[in-house]
Design a protein around this ligand. Sequence first.
Ligand SMILES: [Ca+2]
Ligand SMILES: [Ca+2]
Ligand SMILES: [Ca+2]
Ligand SMILES: [Ca+2]
Length: 503
Amino acid sequence: MSYRITIHVVSVFVAGLTLAAHAQVQVGPQSRVDVTGAGPANETTISVHGNSPLEVLAGANDYGRGGDVKVGFGISLNGGTTYVDGALVPPPPQNTYDAHGDPMTCWDPATGDFWMGGIVFNRNFVENGIYVARKPAGATSFNPAVVVTNNPTGAVFDDKCLIAAGPTTSGSGTMLYVTFTRFGATTNIHVSRSATLGASWLAPVDTGFSGQGSAPVVLSNGTLVIAYWNFGSEIRVLRSTNGGVSFSSAAVSGVIGVPDGGEIPGAFRTPELPGIAVDPSNDTIYVAYSAEKTSGSTNVDVRIARSTDGGLTFPTVVALPDPAIRPTADQFFPWVAVDALGGVNVLYYDTRHTAQSDGASPAFLDAYYTRITGFGTGSQVLEEHRLTSVSFNTGTDFGDGFIGDYQQIAAASVAVYPCYMSTHEGHQHYYTHKIIVGNLPGDMNCDLVVDGFDVDGFVLALTDPAAYNSTYPDCDIQNGDTNGDGSVNGFDVDSFVDLLTGP
Ligand SMILES: [Ca+2]
Ligand SMILES: [Ca+2]
Ligand SMILES: [Ca+2]
Ligand SMILES: [Ca+2]
């Protein structure tokens, strides 16, 4: 017996050396979400199941379903390899309205369920509102949608909604928040809440603060933090420590300059809408936005601001991309997500691959992804990957007038899913990749979960590494190094068992 183990130690160690040469971040192939949609589709949203990270819910403004624009969705249970796609059906009376859009998604750690929705309106801009639908974990369809707001008179118009789920301030149960801008007598951000898992919604609260692009997250103590653009030269956050009843505002950025169409190639609109994410392990908040490299410059960059005090202050700001690498191109439409290893993952559009002037129409863009480790420290590393294999033409559909107003990226465990629009298939469609940012010790079947289904793979990795690699060709045998000593061998058995049986 001891002889056999010795042999296996040697053979597995060699395999480990080979794999160690692989890049840390593995970007999977591009996968189209609106597989049955005729397009165009743009303005993306995405959420991932935190405890079952192959389950993904993506969405977009989807013009390819017949009739006017709808909230399109794509559900994947296999990490975006394949999608079930379609469009949401609004609840009465909103199912008679002409158009919907501003897609939003969220995932709730307490129930494991997803919610998705958007705005809905008649083209006369009188009747309008917001709705959401619940998708139970593992389901490939939605429960009937529910009205969040409905405005039948045209006195107000609700716009640019986003949604978050998290614990209540008392720690018991889930609170859902939909944040949006209500145009009318004011342009204030409003917040609708549901303590009934989206079955019913309270009348929206006027935060008292004017802004657009409100993007919410919920901290572990129930504090609600909402990034927004103040219609001026600042990115700010709203904070509510009483469950969305009252709000205060704090600065994220100071003066940023406001990038507009004149500072970016293309004629499409480029509102300054921030992205936001929270690291659930420590409540660190990251807000992503575009800014002039220096005040008055037309060189637009992405910036990521970090708060470690629950959104009161954002003292650490990182700019992308590394100016030593790409000195002149514009980067915009950023969103951010935090993986379980603490990496800060950023999606954005970039103009670098075509020589083009600001305002030149159409523009040629690429989707880019950067993972930041050691955020804001002397050991910071920016690992950048181009996601699109060819630059896409923004003049495809809408005459270069519209490519969506935002795009999103989501992360869970060691998986990251950017979701962006490209026109390379002849229309605006939307796409994801599964990006693996590191090893998940014990996950031998690479479903991003460590459980009893990993036992067979673990045994095979120890006894026959070649057979493991052929049986699990997409997996990294180094996940068997559960004791973290760099080798996969019999010394990993105890720690593997601990992973299966531990808390
Ligand atoms: Ca520029
Ligand atoms: Ca730039
Ligand atoms: Ca697994
Ligand atoms: Ca080991």
